[in-house]
Design a protein around this ligand. Structure first.
Ligand SMILES: Cc1cc2nc3c(=O)[nH]c(=O)nc-3n(C[C@H](O)[C@H](O)[C@H](O)COP(=O)(O)OP(=O)(O)OC[C@H]3O[C@@H](n4cnc5c(N)ncnc54)[C@H](O)[C@@H]3O)c2cc1C
Length: 380
């Protein structure tokens, strides 16, 4: 049997998040987009109402919720502001490798840090010359007694300056290719870590994205996540859990643009009638609403499969690229429906169009997602 109805708990969670977004996120979004400030105070309030660390298991102080729940929350947060939302969702990405492969000791210490008070952790996979091409990582971790010594530069680390620890991927044995990549927890106060300047980005400006250099950074060997050489597999398993909420984030941005465009189209008049009476505008609205529904359904299916512990890599990539591309089209059409006003910073739709663009880039570009889907199809 298929049911598209959420449980009472999920409906309540959505309501709680929507209220939070209305009261705490939307009123601050323009400020954080303009200044690029990481919204620590808003995120702390989200932590207090239970909207942060939701997929960390309860035994480590987290919400113990599933990825469908996470997708519901993320859609609402990104309806408010996708840039600000990073401060409330980034832990899910950094913590997932620890949840998947970390020792009990690592889980207690580092997941516990995130859940005992509002703190963040960031995910360090990408490098200046290794985004899509993960095998081209240059960062190395060399075993030295009871430690590993890490050297390299990580790129585009969301929330990197504010993190109390990093989940970092490095080669422990380059000769082995993907099987030579290992994952580590690196405390942010370890000597040798240099956080670069905040990137001045087109959209999601409050996410405070930085490059970070690791110079002879020594971490205890117990900070290895899983065994040596399991890092690539842990990163890929992580994406099977974190790409559904990325799809949900795109749906949230798109839904906001659609709501604003729908309302505006009923207020703005040309040729004596609201522009919503012109068929060309109606068709844009129809496409927007349809793609939002389709993106959400794909996203929820990918998340639901993750919650069942079933293989979902192909559907995850479908959800990520369909929703990301849809968000780009929908926000562009929202600007179109607003006409000249849509192009002005005084109206909120241009921000949504800027925020949407990176949904086609991060967590694997949408070209890479299509490659993953094709690989899945051809392997059947
Ligand atoms: C705002 C922002 C936040 C980010 N946050 C994080 C983070 O927290 N942690 C982290 O680790 N990373 C993060 N990233 C990095 C992000 O995941 C990478 O930017 C992304 O994976 C793309 O890598 P790249 O930028 O090196 O582009 P490239 O890999 O150089 O790709 C450039 C272009 O070539 C295309 N391309 C590449 N290879 C192929 C191919 N084989 N076939 C077809 N097309 C191809 C790509 O699709 C893209 O269009 C973030 C990026 C941004 C912009």
């Amino acid at each position: 049997m298929v049911s598209f109805r959420l449980t009472e708990e999920q409906d309540a969670l959505r309501e709680l998040t929507a209220d939070f977004v209305r009261n705490e996120v939307i009123p601050q979004a323009e400020h954080h987009d303009r200044t690029g400030e990481f919204p620590v105070e808003v995120a702390r309030k989200a932590f207090e109402v239970g909207l942060v660390n939701i997929t960390i298991p309860e035994e480590y102080g987290g919400g113990g919720l599933g990825h469908l729940d996470e997708s519901i929350i993320t859609e609402e947060l990104c309806y408010g502001c996708a840039g600000m939302a990073i401060s409330m969702t980034v832990n899910n990405l950094a913590a997932t490798p620890v949840v998947i492969g970390g020792s009990e000791e690592l889980k207690r210490e580092y997941l516990g840090q995130l859940t005992s008070e509002y703190r963040t952790a960031s995910y360090c996979l990408s490098e200046p010359d290794a985004g899509s091409d993960v095998a081209n990582l240059q960062t190395t971790a060399v075993r030295k007694g009871d430690s590993y010594v890490i050297n390299g530069t990580k790129a585009w680390v969301s929330g990197g300056k504010y993190a109390s620890w990093y989940t970092l991927f490095a080669y422990t044995d380059r000769e082995k290719g993907h099987d030579g990549v290992s994952a580590f927890v690196v405390p942010a106060d370890t000597p040798g870590i240099e956080v670069g300047k905040k990137e001045d980005m087109m959209g999601q400006r409050a996410s405070h994205t930085v490059f970070i250099t690791f110079n002879d950074v020594e971490v205890p060997a117990k900070n290895l996540i899983g065994a040596e050489g399991q890092g690539f597999r842990i990163a890929m398993k992580t994406f099977d859990r974190t790409r559904p909420p990325i799809g949900a984030a795109a749906v949230g941005i798109a839904r906001r643009a659609y709501d604003l465009a729908l309302r505006y189209s009923q207020e703005r008049k040309t040729f004596g009638v609201p522009i919503a009476r012109h068929q060309a505008v109606q068709f844009m609205l129809a496409d927007m609403a349809t793609e939002i529904e389709a993106g959400r359904l794909l996203t929820w299916k990918a998340a639901w499969l993750a919650d069942q512990g079933e293989r979902n890599t192909t559907v995850c990539s479908m959800a990520k690229y369909f929703s990301g591309d849809a968000a780009m089209r929908i926000t562009t059409d929202a600007v179109q429906i607003f006409g000249g006003y849509g192009y002005s910073r005084e109206y909120p739709v241009e921000k949504l169009m800027r925020d949407a663009k990176v949904m086609q880039i991060y967590e694997g570009t949408n070209q890479i997602q299509r490659m993953i889907v094709a690989r899945g199809l051809l392997a059947r």
